[in-house]
Design a protein around this ligand. Structure first.
Ligand SMILES: Nc1ncnc2c1ncn2[C@@H]1O[C@H](COP(=O)(O)OP(=O)(O)OP(=O)(O)O)[C@@H](O)[C@H]1O
Length: 264
C-alpha cells in the first residue's frame, strides 16, 4: 500500500501541496487530475523522494525517506513523459536497463536480468520488437517499452506522467488496456492525465488536486458535472450510457447544445 500522511510542499512562499493524505492499494488503477500547474508532478516527485516535503510517504508502512535510491526504485518505478534517450538503445537494451535498479554499482546484467527483460517484453506482447532501435518504433510502442522496462525493474508500483500524451486514439487505448491488465495482476499504477474521460473509463480511484488540496474517491463520486465544471471553469456535463451491458460515464464540455442522452 502507498500512503501519504499530511504531506505539504512549499516552493519559497508558495505552498503547492497542502496537507495531502491518502491510501492507495495494490491492484488499482489510479488517475491523478488537476489543472496545469496544480501540482501533479510535484506530488510524484514527493512520492519519489526527489524534493523536500513535510509529512510522511510510506510504502507498505515503511517511510520512503528511510530507503536508498536503489531500494526505492525496487519498489516504485517512474515513467516520465519524455522518453528521449541519449544513446539509441534497442528495445531490448531499454528494457534491460530496468533490471539495473537491483544491481550493485558497475555490476553487469547477467542471465537472470536478461530473462527478466525477456519476460517483461513477452508480458506486454512486444517481444517481436526487441531488436528494433527504440527511436524507430511508434509512440505507442515506445510507451509499452517503458512500461516493460518498469516491469523488468520488478516494482509493484508504477507512476506514469501522462502516459497517453501525444498518442493517437488507438495507441491510447492500447496503453490504457495494458495498464488495466497489469493492475488486475496486482500492480498499483498511478498516472496523471488531463483527460477526464480516460479517468472515468479506466480508473478505479481518482485523485483530484485543486488549489493544493486533494480529493479522492471513485470516479463517479469525484468526477461529477459540478466538480468538473468548477475545475475547468466551464459548463461540463457527465452522462451515463449502457453499452453491451456495461455502464459507461463520459463527459462533454457544453458547446451551444448537448446531445439527448440520459442525464446523470
Ligand atoms: N522547482 C520548482 N521551483 C519553484 N516552483 C516550482 C518548482 N517545481 C514546480 N513549481 C511550481 O509548482 C506548481 C506546480 O507545478 P507542477 O509541475 O507540479 O504542476 P502540474 O500539475 O504537474 O502541471 P502540468 O499539468 O502543467 O504538468 C507550479 O506553479 C510550478 O511553477
Amino acid at each position: 500500500m502507498l500512503t501519504l500522511k499530511d504531506v505539504s510542499v512549499h516552493f519559497g512562499k508558495k505552498q503547492v501541496l497542502k496537507n495531502i493524505s491518502f491510501n492507495l492499494d495494490f491492484g488499482q488503477s489510479v488517475c491523478l487530475l488537476g489543472q496545469n500547474g496544480a501540482g501533479k508532478t510535484t506530488l510524484f516527485r514527493t512520492i519519489l523522494n526527489t524534493i523536500a516535503y513535510s509529512g510522511q510517504v510510506l510504502i507498505n508502512d515503511q517511510p520512503t525517506k528511510a530507503l536508498s535510491r536503489i531500494q526505492l526504485a525496487q519498489k516504485i518505478a517512474y515513467i516520465p513523459q519524455n522518453h528521449e534517450v541519449p544513446v539509441d538503445f534497442t528495445v531490448f537494451e531499454m528494457v534491460l536497463l530496468g533490471t539495473t535498479a537491483k544491481l550493485k554499482t558497475f555490476q553487469q546484467p547477467g542471465p537472470k536480468e536478461v530473462a527478466q527483460a525477456k519476460a517483461a517484453l513477452n508480458r506486454l506482447g512486444i517481444a517481436h520488437l526487441q531488436d528494433m532501435p527504440f527511436s524507430q518504433i511508434s509512440g505507442g510502442e515506445q510507451q509499452l517499452v517503458t512500461i516493460a522496462r518498469s516491469l523488468a525493474q520488478n516494482s509493484r508500483v508504477i507512476i506514469m506522467d501522462e502516459p497517453c500524451a501525444n498518442l493517437d486514439f488507438g495507441n491510447q487505448t492500447l496503453v490504457l488496456e495494458m495498464i488495466r491488465q497489469l493492475t488486475q495482476q496486482g500492480l498499483l499504477i498511478l498516472q496523471s492525465t488531463h483527460d477526464p474521460n480516460q479517468a472515468l473509463r479506466y480508473a478505479d480511484q481518482i485523485l483530484l488536486l485543486e488549489s493544493g488540496h486533494l480529493s479522492s474517491g471513485a470516479p463517479k463520486e469525484i468526477l461529477t458535472s459540478a466538480r468538473l465544471s468548477a475545475l475547468y471553469g466551464m459548463p461540463v456535463q457527465v452522462f451515463q450510457v449502457t453499452v453491451d451491458g456495461e455502464e459507461i460515464q463520459f463527459c462533454l464540455a457544453k458547446k451551444g447544445g448537448l446531445p439527448h442522452v440520459a442525464n446523470l
